[in-house]
Structures are given as structure tokens and as C-alpha cells.
Design a protein around this ligand. Structure first.
Ligand SMILES: NC(=O)c1ccc[n+]([C@@H]2O[C@H](COP(=O)([O-])OP(=O)(O)OC[C@H]3O[C@@H](n4cnc5c(N)ncnc54)[C@H](OP(=O)(O)O)[C@@H]3O)[C@@H](O)[C@H]2O)c1
Length: 235
């Protein structure tokens, strides 16, 4: 992943050997993060996919199977002892459907997982004086048709900056599990056709590590935002 070990060493100098809580650890970005960090840090990995969680344990991570759309997820997060030094919230899912056709009962669980759980993690991080990095999306800047709920959740995740959460807003992630569930002609794929909008989960994981070290966004958010606006005109 990162060519030299300097970022991992700097991370270690900053946070000791952890623990680091990584949600979405069973997903493309989260898994890359665990793979990269698990030799040097105690990792607490959260996800739902039991096979992937087993793979993460083989890598040395501690795992918590957790559905973050459920109310009791909050108490599971609260009971993590000791609370980690660093929280990386890399979970989430796309919900690309005509808004009026989304089943009413799907909305709350979706927003619980895609937004409320981020707020709970920010709250716990603030209480424990712990650094938090959240994965937003470039879709937080612009909204494609049928992406409204995803857009709203990611725009709100961006606003967590007000709560001292560092937010990274990736462009399309090429190797993401997201695309299994997406219509082929979705705007995401269209955005992905622009090379500058596309990154690998490895690159995003690398940028998250750098952000944790230097506190800066490595992705040029201004540029990404500008490009996102142009892309929305092109849709
Ligand atoms: N994919 C993209 O192009 C893209 C672009 C910009 C931003 N992002 C953002 O980047 C982050 C990571 O995306 P990714 O590409 O790594 O996606 P991914 O490969 O689809 O992984 C999504 C992760 O989120 C977890 N998750 C989803 N719903 C959950 C729930 N209710 N409870 C607990 N965990 C849940 C999944 O867990 P299980 O698999 O175990 O269910 C999985 O670990 C997300 O926040 C996404 O919005 C993605």
C-alpha cells in the first residue's frame, strides 16, 4: 500500500499501538485499512459479513459483528472498552432508487446506518477525546437522480466537520462492493468513466492513513467539488 513505512510509524507515534476502530471493515476500503494496519495496531473491526469477519480475525483483528441500522448497535458501540484512540467510519451503502418508490420502512434503517451511526460514533469520539475520520462521498456535493437519500446522508456526513470529525469524500471507488447492487447505467458508473473521479479502495485507504497522521485532507476537496459540479451538469 504506502511504499514506505513512514506514515504507519507516524501513526504509531501519534496513537500508540491502538486500538483503532474500523467500521465497514468487511467492505473494500475498510478491509484494505485493516490489512494495512493490523500488523502494527490492535484493530477492532466492525461489519456484518461473517465470512469476511472470519478473514479479518485471521489477519489478527478483533471483530464485532454489528448491523449499524439497528437501534441496539448504539449500546454495542458504547460498550467497547477501552474506547479506541482512533475511529475510522468506513461503512455505508448506496440506495439508488426513485425516492417515491423506496419502501417507507426502508428509510429509517437506511439513514440509521448511513448517517445516525456516524453521529453516534462522533458523539462517542467526542466523549472519549478520540480522533475520528469519516468516509463521506463526492456525491455529498452533488446529487444525481435517484441518489437523493445517499446524497442527503453524505452531505450530512460532510457536516460532521463541525464536530471535529475529519471527513474524506472519495470519488468512485473502482473495486467497491457497492457496484454489485447498482444498476449498470447509474450515474456512479458514469462518473467513474472520468478517470479523475475514480480511485481504488487501496488509494482511499492510503489517504485515510495520511489524514490520520497529518490532519489534512489529501484529496483536493476543492477540485473534487468543482469536478462534481461539472459532472452533474453533464448528467
Ligand atoms: N464505492 C464508491 O464508489 C464510493 C464512493 C465514495 C464514497 N464511498 C463511501 O465509502 C465507504 C466505503 O465504501 P466501500 O466502497 O468500501 O463499500 P463496500 O465495499 O460496499 O463496503 C460497505 C461496508 O459498509 C458496511 N455496511 C453497510 N451497511 C451496514 C450496516 N447496516 N451495518 C454495518 N455495516 C454496514 C458493509 O458491511 P457488510 O458487507 O459486512 O454488510 C461493508 O463493510 C462508504 O461510506 C461509501 O459510502 C464509496
Amino acid at each position: 500500500m504506502i511504499d514506505n513505512r513512514s506514515y504507519v510509524d507516524q501513526l504509531k507515534a501519534k496513537f500508540g499501538s491502538g486500538p483503532i476502530l474500523i467500521t465497514g471493515a468487511t467492505g473494500s476500503v475498510g478491509f484494505e485499512l485493516v490489512r494495512h494496519l493490523c500488523k502494527d495496531f490492535k484493530i477492532i473491526a466492525v461489519g456484518r459479513d461473517l465470512d469476511k469477519l472470519a478473514q479479518l480475525r485471521e489477519l489478527g483483528a478483533e471483530t464485532i459483528p454489528l448491523d449499524l441500522s439497528q437501534q441496539d448497535a448504539v449500546s454495542a458501540l458504547q460498550s467497547i472498552q477501552p474506547f479506541p484512540n482512533l475511529v475510522i467510519a468506513a461503512h455505508g451503502s448506496g440506495l439508488m432508487q426513485n425516492f417515491s418508490e423506496i419502501p417507507f420502512t426502508r428509510i429509517s434503517p437506511y439513514m440509521n446506518a448511513n448517517l445516525t451511526s456516524f453521529i453516534h460514533l462522533a458523539h462517542l469520539s467526542a466523549q472519549h477525546d478520540c480522533k475520528m475520520i469519516a468516509v463521506g462521498s463526492v456525491i455529498g456535493y452533488t446529487c444525481n437522480k435517484n441518489y437523493e437519500l445517499y446524497h442527503i446522508s453524505k452531505q450530512a456526513v460532510q457536516a460532521l466537520k463541525k464536530l471535529k470529525v475529519q471527513v474524506i469524500n472519495p470519488p468512485t471507488i473502482r473495486d467497491s462492493g457497492f457496484f454489485k447492487e447498482m444498476p449498470k447505467r447509474s450515474g456512479f458508473r458514469k462518473l467513474g468513466a472520468f478517470k479523475m473521479f475514480s480511485a481504488s479502495s487501496k488509494q482511499i485507504a492510503e489517504e485515510i492513513v495520511k489524514m490520520a497522521v497529518n490532519g489534512k485532507k489529501v484529496v483536493n476537496v476543492g477540485l473534487v467539488g468543482k469536478l462534481a459540479r461539472i459532472a452533474s451538469i453533464l448528467q
